[in-house]
Write a protein that binds this ligand. Structure first.
Ligand code: FMN
Length: 209
């Protein structure tokens, strides 16, 4: 073996471009993309990350291609703490008073509409929301749709120029969530047991008409 064989081998390995992490499949993203109500606050979400998430909305369908949705990005350094009293999480588990103190989401995307929301706008909102949550999942974050928010107070607190229609919380999830297959007609209320959040989901055979 030549004297410098190991040295050369080491150099060669060091200079090799880092292996690219494979993009998770859609099935993986869908499985991980649960509605999280508790976050690891050690992970601070940046404006750049929220911008990357919103960018998916430049590539989604829109009824009549109207594209009336606009997005307010709220991070910790942009005063997102003012959001904390303006939304409710876990309406089906009121006794838990979610989120638990210290696990509140600290970044939000407020989805607004420049026109009075009608059925087309609402469909656009759903498409945008799910697409953004999948992107958040792809970049190692997670989130939740929040429909239970104080519209008037939110509009005033952040001087929104158009109507907020849905809020997304975004952060590093700190919850263990397990989907549970159920049949149509069975209870669909989510529940918690031994620290795990279970979400009943109807099996495909029962979804097809
Ligand atoms: C349009 C919409 C509004 C929602 N609003 C709230 C909300 O205000 N608070 C909350 O805790 N969860 C909210 N959720 C989350 C649902 O409760 C959640 O999707 C459901 O429990 C199923 O859980 P999964 O998303 O993990 O499958 C909302 C979901 C959607 C799609």
């Amino acid at each position: 073996m030549a004297d410098n064989y190991l040295e050369n081998k080491f150099e060669e390995l060091r200079n090799r471009p880092a292996a690219k992490k494979p993009t998770p499949s859609l099935s993986t993203l869908l499985r991980k993309n649960r509605s999280y109500r508790g976050y690891d606050q050690r992970c601070v979400v940046t404006q750049a990350q929220l911008r990357r998430i919103v960018e998916v909305c430049t590539r989604v369908p829109s009824g009549r291609n109207q594209q009336v949705l606009r997005f307010k990005l709220l991070t910790k350094d942009a005063g997102s703490d003012r959001m904390q009293s303006l939304y409710k999480l876990g309406g089906a588990l009121p006794e838990l008073h979610l989120p638990f103190p210290g696990t509140e989401p600290e970044a939000f995307i407020v989805i607004c509409s420049t026109v009075k929301p009608d059925k087309w706008v609402n469909m656009d909102v759903g498409i945008a929301a799910q697409s953004m949550l999948l992107k958040a999942t792809e970049i190692g974050l997670g989130g939740i749709c929040i429909g239970a928010f104080n519209k008037a107070a939110l509009t005033e607190a952040f001087a929104l120029p158009c109507e907020p229609v849905l809020v997304l919380a975004i952060g590093k999830p700190a919850e263990h969530i397990e989907p549970v297959p159920v049949h149509a007609g069975e209870p669909l209320k989510y529940y918690r047991q031994d620290g795990i959040h279970y979400v009943p989901k109807i099996v495909v055979d029962d979804l097809i008409l």
